[in-house]
Design a protein around this ligand. Sequence first.
Ligand code: SF4
Ligand code: SF4
Length: 187
Amino acid sequence: MENQVPFTHFRTIVSTYEIDTDGIAQRATLPRLCNHCENPPCVQVCPTQATYQRPDGIVVVDNTVCVGCGYCIQACPYDARFINPQTRTADKCNFCIQRVDAGLLTACVETCVGGARIFGDLNDSDSDISRLLREYPTQVLKPAMGTNPRVFYIGLEAWLQAKVVGEQAPWSREKLLADVKNADANL
Ligand code: SF4
Ligand code: SF4
């Protein structure tokens, strides 16, 4: 809503997984978004510098410069990007820079009913995020990629650390239609 992302496209998504644990059904959830990597491969491959890292570390796309080549989408190990069908340029979470620059929290943090998302300044040792990083063991997604994600998880199970393949939300009309077509084709 905040960023007027087109229907069936998402800047952040909470993937859900059904798990069979010794015959007992369990559900795991994995909130995903751009990790605003310290070492972002998407920036390195962009031929027009449309994707760049701000001095504060936030990775953004200037869609007045983006030519929609999609190199960054291929380069991102986290499936965090997509081509916006309205602008025909790369799109992804930008930590709501329009809000952050105005001194507000990101929209997802502001609206998270569980208070599960925390946003803040890693350079400020008194910030909530710095305190949490000191107090809790944290994990990042795909640590072996060397991207140094700046999105941290508390209590992320090891098997989910590499489970970042894109998945549409369960209420996606496209996915439901595709499921129906696949079912028809299998009849
Ligand atoms: S998560 Fe993907 S899009 Fe975001 S900074 Fe890292 S490589 Fe770039
Ligand atoms: S799609 Fe846009 S942001 Fe991505 S690499 Fe191409 S020009 Fe850069």
